[in-house]
Design a protein around this ligand. Sequence first.
Ligand code: TYD
Ligand code: MG
Length: 431
Amino acid sequence: MAKKKDFVFVCNNCGNEFSKWSGQCAICGEWNSLKEVKGRFDKKEKRVIRKEKVEVKNLGKLKDKKGKNKSVFSSNISEFDRVLGKGIVQGGVVLFAGEPGIGKSTLLTQLIGKIGGLYIAGEESAEQIALRVKRLALKMENFDIFESNSIEEIEDYLGRVKDLHKIVVVGSVQVMSCENMNGGMGSVAQIKEVTFRLIRLAKKMGVAMFIVGHVTKEGDIAGPKILEHMVDTVLYFEGEKNGDLRILRNNKNRFGSTDEVGVFKMEESGLREVRSEEIKLINSKRARIGSAVTIIMEGSRPMILEIEALVTESFGAMPKRVFAGIDYNRGQLLIAIAQKNLNIPLYKYDVFISVTGGIKIDDTGVDMAVLAAMWSSYKEKVLDNKIIWVGEVSLLGEVKKVKNWEKRGREAKSMGRELVKMANVRELKNR
Ligand code: TYD
Ligand code: MG
């Protein structure tokens, strides 16, 4: 007698192969089309080599798949819609990543508050979530809640529940686990399997799913990075925790562009959307020592920011370098460029740089502002407050034009200021 694994089931409508029999083909949807086919299990190839031929009536046609039109709906939070492109896609899976405490749960709670949804709580209790909903003054009726850390329980629950909401939030992928798997909760194998099964659920139920993933400081092991290729959309929620500005970025989007960002402010009553006009007003104070104003691009919108530098004599063996909102290596490089081109002995100075508003900048146009702020602090001189410092600096100290120069220029002009015109960092010495 042939062993059980020496069989496969082949759909004689579309030709797809299955290890188990079922009444309907899961791929083409044809009924009673699965035929048991004998074969020989090949250990090397790890599959059944069929002995019989199965005639296939219809090859799977891609055009037949277009039928199910996915609907797109608004999140009722315009900064959120802006980042997603059009809005939330039915059946779409979004990985919502960010550092712990940045405000992921807050924003997703607000999202459910606006349009209704199911919150699958793995980190907090239902009571804690109820308290947050109350504090944020959201409609309690809009929330369904399911407390669980088990993917099997979640699958079972979603399979039974009637009138499922259009969105489901899962918080967080790191605290979900599945049975019969090696590795503890939060291990790479576990979070991959959990994510795979959540995606399958979302597609099957036709719900939009937001999976929260914590980014860990140590790096991206067992973090959201390894899940990026699996999901449809990857959003990163960023900001400096002691500042109140938050930026929502799109890192990957199967349904649209990734160019736009959303800007929020963390307040007592939760995250508030920051509109373009308001972005302008941030940090347009008068000039001070150690301060340089810059314009960065956040998506298609120019944003005014102030860079603060504190350059003081160092008393340690190793001078301190502390950067908030600026990449550490970029900061180190700018210090070296300043030392070389502005002839300032920074090797015996502590340097602290911060971006006001507390956001992380990855726009290299900020280089000039960092250098200008350091120069101002070192020289104890106030910079001309009519100048906006924009420009990328090369290793040789040359100033390069950056993307969206004209747009930034218009923004500066609208505030009665202008962008700095310099070809080389050395020209800073005349300021
Ligand atoms: P949270 O959304 O829990 O972060 P995450 O889910 O990303 O870990 O937000 C945590 C911080 O946000 C917390 O330190 C307090 C602050 N917060 C406010 O300032 N206002 C609010 O209305 C809420 C709900 C939180
Ligand atoms: Mg949270």
